[in-house]
Design a protein around this ligand. Structure first.
Ligand SMILES: Nc1ncnc2c1ncn2[C@@H]1O[C@H](COP(=O)(O)OP(=O)(O)OP(=O)(O)O)[C@@H](O)[C@H]1O
Ligand SMILES: [Mg+2]
Length: 620
């Protein structure tokens, strides 16, 4: 007698539930995705006790007829794919045909649904996977799925549920993710009969983004947009000065599906190149759209991961989209705002009362009364960015009204402001230097306010960029040491350094092995003359060991440049002459990324007149 048996369907559904229904939030995800696939424009999610006792998702989508409703509960029953090829061009969120039977296998489940053309609806009750009742009922068009006592028949699973607060947190995050990806759908979430969130139909993607991520981010998010070779990238990324401690505020959508993707996340960080310090994460919402057959969504049972056919192209598109935007927005922005110029004009009597009313200016010095700051004086560039709506995720327009709606909302991208209009590369040296304080920071008067520059970070940036240019010259050129210096390293470190000798020579460090773990340094870049060389070498080796040899020499060399820039740069607590300061400002003007040191720390901070006046209560 054979020992191998085919499992009964009930049991195999329970096993599938183990993968698909990890926790209550997964049930919410599957049900809401079904509602979206059914073209709903309004979805309500009601939860009780963190999803333990109740999860109910109601929608106004197409609904199901009597026979389809029964079929939907069978394993591998789906209306979304029919043939082999369909699997390779999926344009719906669901396609596996296993969510409903899996959920029904581990709960007390009820489906009520009606199609618009039918007089009545169908209600099906299922207990632990067994259909216990089917009846005809009155119901609105659409579907309502009720899941009670999740995991009542799988005690081991139930035990792994966390507190109500934790489970509800996961549910709220899940709904927020879906809300971000579907701005034209109204979504409401309640917990224990109290409204947690009600996302009304947003007037555009950006409104939904601000709604989900918080209004305080409104002025710190910058639009990204890039298209190449059938891959389009759009969305928003935060200014490098607004960061988080985890990756939780990074939202990645591929053809409308929220995914976790290491490639895209890596590309995002590369796009921020040297603008974040270790441990900082940006806020980002990235929509990637590409032909359905260029991405495999059938990678994981929870459908949270994808595989790209052209992985490198996707990486490059995301990196470029982000880098391009940050290059533009992260340049020094201490140009006078309307506020500053109006303020100056008003103070010199050059602005009429009517005009000052119009601008909402109250001049504290003149004691004019009653005029408030009604106008938020947005930088023109910001105002422009806000109206820019990138293309939302276009999914198959015929499939669902929701998608058609999305398509009509796509606005034409507003052309970017050419970066030189913002930054004429005269920003730093055109400022009046007030002085240096604590021998660490340089204080300057900008046209629009006050700026502090971290002299070490700024000089580090300058040197790093000089080291990185191809041209041979100043700091990079090697100078022979009169007395070559010997340096002894540990066994492991010596091995690492040995492999880098040729590359380091290119950036001015001439090192030769001297037997065992000892090396002789014969020449150093001009920049490092007079500095202790051993700590530089040790740090270079440490950094290279840290990144491993995998990323290749380019990265290791880059790390070496950073170390040398850091060691060669002006220190904190170092007095500078006026001429040295001027020289530094001029060099900063020539930098590609003058706003951050190579480790990602900011090189300057700026207070505009408005915020200073506010702090001194000259204005409200
Ligand atoms: N809210 C709904 N409105 C209309 N039809 C629905 C709804 N929910 C499910 N269906 C129908 O039931 C079928 C089965 O749903 P189920 O979620 O089990 O599978 P799927 O969505 O096709 O694939 P997946 O398992 O990947 O989610 C769907 O293909 C769809 O036709
Ligand atoms: Mg589904």
């Amino acid at each position: 007698m054979s020992k191998i048996k085919i499992l009964p369907e009930l049991l195999s559904n329970k096993i599938a539930a183990g993968e698909v229904v990890e926790r209550p939030a997964a049930v919410v995800k599957e049900l809401v995705e079904n509602s979206l696939d059914a073209g709903s424009s309004r979805i309500v999610v009601d939860v009780a006790k963190g999803g333990r006792s109740l999860i109910r998702v109601s929608d106004n989508g197409t609904g199901m007829g009597h026979d389809d409703a029964l079929l939907a509960l069978e394993r591998y029953a789906t209306s979304k794919i029919f043939k082999d090829q369909d699997l390779f061009s999926i344009n719906t969120l669901g396609f596996r045909g296993e969510a409903l039977p899996s959920i029904a296998a581990v709960s007390r489940f009820n489906l009520t649904t009606r199609v618009a053309s039918a007089d009545s609806g169908t209600e099906i009750a299922v207990e632990g996977g067994k259909i216990v009742n089917v009846s005809e009922v009155g119901a609105p068009t659409g579907s309502m799925v009720t899941v009670r006592q999740l995991f009542f028949n799988t005690p081991a699973r139930r035990k792994f549920l966390k507190t109500t607060g934790t489970e509800m947190g996961h549910i709220a995050d899940m709904v927020a993710r879906i809300a971000l990806g579907h701005p034209t759908v109204q979504l409401r979430l309640t917990h224990n009969e109290k409204i947690v969130k009600n996302w009304s139909v947003a007037s555009g993607l950006f409104d939904r983004v601000v709604d989900v991520l918080g209004k305080d981010l409104k002025n710190s998010l910058h639009a990204v947009e890039f298209q190449n070779n059938g891959i389009s990238v759009s969305g928003w990324v935060s200014s490098p000065r607004v960061t988080r401690r985890t990756s939780r505020a990074i939202f990645i959508y591929v053809n409308g599906r929220f995914v976790r993707d290491r490639i895209v996340q890596h590309a995002l960080f590369e796009g921020y190149s040297q603008r974040l310090v270790k441990g900082q994460f940006p806020v980002a919402v990235i929509f990637i759209n590409l032909p359905f057959d260029a991405v495999d969504v059938n990678v994981h049972p929870t459908k949270n991961e994808v595989r790209f056919a052209r992985q490198r192209d996707v990486h490059e598109a995301v990196r470029r989209a982000v880098a391009q935007t940050l290059y533009e927005v992260d340049l020094p922005q201490w140009r006078p705002s309307n506020y500053t110029t109006d303020r100056q004009a008003a103070a010199s009597g050059g602005i009429s009362e009517a005009a000052s009313k119009e601008f909402g200016i109250r001049n504290a010095e003149c004691g004019k009364e009653g005029l408030e700051f009604g106008n938020p004086h947005l930088e023109p560039r910001n105002a422009q960015l806000e109206t820019r709506t990138p293309h939302p995720a276009p999914r198959n327009a015929q499939l669902a009204p929701r998608n058609a709606q999305l398509a009509t909302r796509t606005s034409q991208p507003v052309p970017r402001t050419p970066q030189h209009a913002i930054w004429d590369k005269q920003g730093f040296s055109s400022m009046r230097v007030i002085g240096q304080f604590h021998n660490t920071y340089i204080v300057c008067e900008s046209e629009g306010g006050l700026i502090l520059i971290d002299q070490h970070a700024a000089h580090e940036r300058v040197l790093y960029e000089q080291f990185s240019t191809r041209s041979t010259g100043a700091p990079k050129s090697a100078q022979r040491l009169l007395v070559p210096e010997t340096v002894e390293l540990g066994y492991r470190e010596a091995g690492v350094l040995e492999k880098m000798i040729a590359e380091l020579k290119d950036i001015g460090l001439d090192i030769e092995p001297f037997g065992g773990n000892t090396f002789v340094v014969k020449a150093v870049p001009v920049l490092l003359v007079g500095r202790e060389i051993k700590p530089v070498l040790i740090e270079i080796v440490e950094k290279i060991t840290e990144i491993g040899s995998a990323p290749g020499f380019a990265k290791a060399l880059d790390q070496s440049r950073m170390v040398m820039a850091c060691h060669g740069a002006i220190r904190a607590n170092q007095a500078l002459s006026g001429a040295q300061i001027k020289g530094l400002l001029g060099q900063l003007d020539g930098c590609r990324n003058p706003s951050h040191c190579p480790h990602g720390r900011p090189t300057w901070i700026h207070w505009d007149m408005r915020s200073l006046d506010k702090s001194f209560k000259r204005i409200v």
